[in-house]
Design a protein around this ligand. Structure first.
Ligand code: SAM
Ligand code: SF4
Length: 337
């Protein structure tokens, strides 16, 4: 019943006074790669019956838009392995330029060459592509079987289609740290932005994350010695802090959830593949929007969203130490990275 639905006046402001304007959606927890820091080799994925349908995702996302969300990111798992994902992009993309400022995507790029044109047609203008190494053997090792040529082809196709590409690179001690400076130079030459990410303790993997943890302050100090980097005041309301690479359009972002905590300005929440609304990547608390939409419809979804605002914690509390358990059992692929 339309009258029971919340309106824009019922904005999403949490108990710490932070306005929620950014929704990330994991459209599938499945993936065609098995990045070592993200998943175990033998991952168990959610049964299909537990996934939100495309219609349910769209309806829930539209409730967030109605209550003030201005940006939506589709992620996963690998969003482009879900067949109806492009349909969802077109449906949500119709709101870009109106109620939505931006619809965007995070992808591993393996299927980007086939879909870049459609993503642009759906209203996307910027996307994130993960690329932890440009070396074929190393890329295969990190992802357990990926082909870097496909990803590089996907990035080129995205650029041709008119999409601005931001490269996401997880900084991994002893694995790709020697590629960080060359990656920044490469991104600068091609007009891509680059975001470096500290590995986060989310979900069980086959290795000890402490062995690969590379603190970004050290990386930044090294990059500042080698490149002309000026602090950039760009704010995304997210965890990244930015630098501008002299003489280029390239922005370097650093996401340091372990060595720096920027939760005070957090503006985002996450909808998982199975319909849980997570108010923080680093906490187990959630509300069940799948059950809400299936039993009480959109009015119940609105009620649960309002309840969830009280669950958003002031900050996450990540630690990585040898042998330590993940901060949360959930993998990033379920919540949407
Ligand atoms: N499959 C897509 C991709 O790889 O871009 C989207 C989902 S992935 C979970 C989103 C981002 O999270 C990627 O940039 C990935 O490198 C990053 N990521 C995954 N697990 C992570 C972890 N434990 N710590 C830090 N970043 C992680
Ligand atoms: Fe898949 Fe992305 Fe996780 Fe790699 S980081 S395994 S591409 S979901």
């Amino acid at each position: 019943m339309a009258s029971a639905l919340a309106t824009r006046d019922q904005k999403l402001v949490d108990r710490h006074g932070r306005a929620i304007t950014y929704l990330r959606v994991s459209v599938t927890d499945r993936c065609d790669l098995r990045c070592r820091y993200c998943m175990a080799e033998e991952m168990t994925f959610l049964p299909r019956a537990e996934l939100l349908s495309l219609e349910e995702i769209a309806l829930i996302a539209e409730r967030f838009i109605a209550r003030g969300v201005r940006k939506i990111r589709l992620s996963g798992g690998e969003p482009l392995v879900r067949r109806d994902m492009i349909e969802l992009a077109h449906r949500l993309g119709r709101q870009v330029g109106g109620a939505l400022d931006e619809l965007t995507l995070t992808t591993n790029g393996t299927r980007l060459a086939q879909h870049a044109g459609e993503l642009f047609a759906a209203g996307m203008r910027r996307i994130n592509v993960s690329l932890d190494s440009r070396d074929a053997d190393r890329f295969r090792y990190i992802t357990r079987h990926g082909d870097v040529a496909k990803v590089l082809g996907g990035i080129a196709a995205a650029k041709t289609a008119g999409l601005r590409v931001k490269i996401n690179m997880v900084a991994l001690k002893g694995l790709n740290e020697d590629e960080i400076a060359p990656m920044l130079a490469w991104a600068g030459e091609r007009g891509h932005d680059l975001t470096l990410i500290e590995t986060m303790p989310l979900g069980h993997i086959d290795e000890d994350r402490a062995d690969r943890f590379l603190p970004l302050p050290r990386v930044l100090a090294d990059l500042r010695d080698r490149f002309d980097l000026e602090p950039d005041d760009h704010q995304s309301g997210g965890p990244a802090r930015y630098w501008r690479l002299g003489g280029t359009d390239t922005r370097l972002g650093l996401i340091s959830p372990l060595t720096g905590n920027f939760c005070a300005t957090c503006n985002r929440v996450r909808l998982s593949t199975d319909g849980k609304l997570h108010m923080c990547l680093g906490h187990e608390d959630s509300v069940d929007l799948r059950e809400a939409i299936r039993t009480g419809g959109l009015a119940e979804v609105d009620t649960r969203i309002s309840e969830a605002l009280d669950l958003k914690p002031a900050a996450h509390d990540f630690h990585i130490a040898p042998g330590s358990a993940p901060a949360v059992a959930r993998h990033m692929s379920v919540t949407g990275g």
